[in-house]
Design a protein around this ligand. Structure first.
Ligand code: VGL
Ligand code: ZN
Length: 216
């Protein structure tokens, strides 16, 4: 087994953006997004450390199509830090859509990290905003606590989970994506290509059953 296989006391479960707006009926619904909740709730028992992220945008955020009247929903436009997909308004600070899913078991979460709160920069990754330079503070937090192995779960596999996995590898963490604890926005084909792309820098993919069996 590779290093990232099973959780230990240096491991953290990073639960990404399990929020109402990314679940069915939400503003930016991920197909089957709510199905990750029972899987993640079960997984928490295998982890000594849990960190949660929350997409948390101010009104008129740069990533909202409604902020760019000349452009269409899902169009990609150049902004100061590169390309930006224009999303429906979602995860607006304090809205019901921005709330974590109520059935997500957050009791043992040790940190809740919010991202995307600067109006002019989007933030997919849990580590850096989309300029890939402005830190969220998560790298320092995990290092100070000696947490070097990250297990990723949540939404959406092709955006926030993917960017978090890439940045985590770049920062030298070991990274395992718990595949049945994630769902993506794109097609099965695009998800397969993302999986190949993440394997390249050393991200490991595991099923939740294979993780819990080892410790349970
Ligand atoms: C996300 C698009 C826009 C995500 C957040 O959590 O994957 N995707 N904002
Ligand atoms: Zn967002």
């Amino acid at each position: 087994m590779t290093e990232a296989a099973h959780p230990d006391d240096r491991s953290v479960l990073l639960v990404v953006d399990v929020q109402n707006d990314f679940c069915p009926d939400g503003a930016l619904a991920v197909p089957g997004g709510d199905a990750v909740v029972p899987v993640i709730n079960r997984l928490t028992a295998s982890f000594a450390h849990i960190v949660i992220t929350q997409d948390w945008h101010p009104p008129r955020h740069v990533s909202f199509a409604s902020s760019h009247p000349r452009h269409k929903l899902f169009e990609v436009i150049p902004v100061s830090y590169g390309d930006q997909v224009l999303w429906p308004d979602h995860c607006v600070q304090g809205s019901d859509g921005a709330a974590l899913r109520q059935d997500l078991d957050t009791r043992r979460a040790e940190l809740l990290i919010r991202k995307g709160f600067h109006r002019e920069i989007d933030s997919y990754s849990a580590f850096f905003e989309n300029d890939r330079r402005t830190p969220t503070g998560l790298n320092g937090y995990l290092r100070e606590r000696g947490l070097t192995r990250i297990f990723l779960a949540g939404l959406a596999l092709d955006f926030c989970v993917r960017y978090s996995a890439e940045d985590a590898r770049r920062l030298g963490f070991s990274v395992c994506v718990v595949e049945d604890a994630c769902r993506g926005i794109g097609s099965a084909d695009s998800l397969a290509s993302i999986r190949r792309a993440l394997t390249e820098p050393g991200v490991v993919f595991r099923r939740s059953d294979d993780l819990s069996r080892a410790v349970g």
